[in-house]
Ligand binder design. Structure first.
Ligand SMILES: [Zn+2]
Length: 133
């Protein structure tokens, strides 16, 4: 919080502000959806007696998958938002370079610049291959 090294233009700041707002909207949408989802689950729990156990089981699995994806999205959104507060949003996790603003607008949750992402994809592909073989 000491001497601000603000060499980022006001143009870029306003662009980042738009990205931050879209993240906040995304977050509230997920939270709202999960609220509706809980209501739905309560409703289906009441009808469970009449539902075949297999069908119920399948539905539970689907619900868990949806929930996990939302959970992951929320985690990533929170991570990005905390970077906004610390002023490090937009920096590549691997090389500390600023991520291209166009990339951030398309993928606001990106934590790697394009070249680090490509490196990362190569290594994660080979990791997946080694697990599969
Ligand atoms: Zn990088």
């Amino acid at each position: 919080m000491n001497s601000a090294e603000s060499n980022s233009s006001t143009f870029q700041n306003s662009e980042l502000e738009i990205i931050k707002k879209s993240l906040l909207i995304q977050k509230s949408e997920i939270l709202n959806k999960n609220q509706e989802f809980k209501n739905l689950q309560n409703a289906s729990a009441k009808a469970a007696d009449e539902v075949d156990a297999v069908v119920q089981n399948l539905q539970d699995n689907l619900n868990i998958q949806l929930h996990e994806r939302d959970h992951l999205s929320l985690m990533l959104i929170d991570k990005a938002l905390s970077k906004f507060s610390s002023g490090s949003y937009g920096q590549c996790d691997a090389c500390d370079e600023m991520i291209d603003l166009r990339r951030l607008k398309a993928r606001p949750l990106a934590t790697l610049c394009i070249s680090c992402m490509e490196d990362n994809e190569k290594s994660s592909k080979s990791a997946t291959r080694s697990i599969l073989q």
